[in-house]
Ligand binder design. Sequence first.
Ligand code: HAM
Length: 418
Amino acid sequence: MAKVVRAIRGMNDILPEESFHWEFFEQIIRKWLAIYGYRNIRTPIVEQTDLFVRSIGEVTDIVEKEMYTFVDHLNNDSLTLRPEGTASCVRAVVEHNLLYASPQRLYYSGPMFRHERPQKGRYRQFHQVGVEALGFVGPDIDAELIIMCARLWQMLGITGLRLEIGTLGNAESRALHRARLIKYFMQYEEMLDEDSRRRLHTNPLRILDSKNPKLQEIINSAPKLIDDLDEESRAHFETLQQILRNRGIDYEINLRLVRGLDYYNRTVFEWVTDRLGAQGTVCAGGRYDGLIEQIGGKSAPACGFAMGVERLLALMLECGEDVSRPTPDVYIVHQGETVIDFAWKTAEFLRNEGFKAILHCGGGSFKSQMKKADASGARYALIIGDDEVLAQQVTIKPLRENSNQACVELNAVVDIIK
Ligand code: HAM
């Protein structure tokens, strides 16, 4: 036998037993985005590597070790499978000058790729729904993004998520803070681990994100960005909180919220759950006012977030949302050479009426066809034999309840199924 080819580690097939959960989720997502006026943008899943290096930042885990980068040998271009959607979205907005006339509320969804160590809730191909509001200075739009998330959790039946918000200030306050952090951590250089020492001068903010238990005490006493915050950013953060409080959204302030991407300034936020083990962040984002200019556009403010679909789906099911498996309305069982034409006609007639009809294919005895009808989950079996064709009627047999079968005309089938 030929050797079996398997999927790549950390990249999952989503089989029919599971995919109906995805379809349920996607329907809700579409409705949710529509009621907030967000429009869909679709970009390629491969981009020039440089786009991600410049936007996500050279000294980040994603760019340093998680990107699927390869050379297109046909023209020697360095290409990368997108590890996230913001960079591509901003690239497209700049390339097509979408901010020319007005700000944009956009969303995208689809697979993203990061070469991380796979575990529950963490995959190498995973899916995001991302929302980006471009051209708004905020903080009202920051609040809108957070508030719309809160509504989505309700629509998905998800409870118990914690909202953490923080602020990173503007470029100057971050530069000031950075300098203070370097000075502070230099005092403990001997005690830092290799990763943190390497980041000391390139990206000291990321040291704050270290999970190394030996460093937690040093990290806890490190200078806090809030003390270096510029006045405008402070006011921005205050107003955001005011709106959230007025709208009844609970939040915790987390001034250590660092995020794994470098493009953020001012507002950052994460929605977190304790119910999924280690990978508890289901949705995260923030403001990135410098990114559009950084990748060649005319300076414009922007803010957005992305959620991990696998994690949210797991949480939705964990919270008890009962997604019903899609089943056909009828399964058409037929036998006899003269019958097939009437069986096709019946199936198409019912589909025209909007019903889900499965026409048995592949022949077989009456008994085996009835078994398949039952296994399909259909509510009714329609039985067509020579007698039915003669009478131009079908026999309808309920499969899920104890009532008798009846021989009726096609129009009557519609009434019964309804
Ligand atoms: P991120 O925090 O890197 O942000 O990813 C957003 C979400 O994607 C995470 O909170 C998580 O739910 C999910 N996620 C990330 N990596 C994985 C993985 N390996 N497996 C499963 N799920 C994962 C961004 O990507 C930003 N682009 C968000 C954003 C949009 N900021 C502004 N606009």
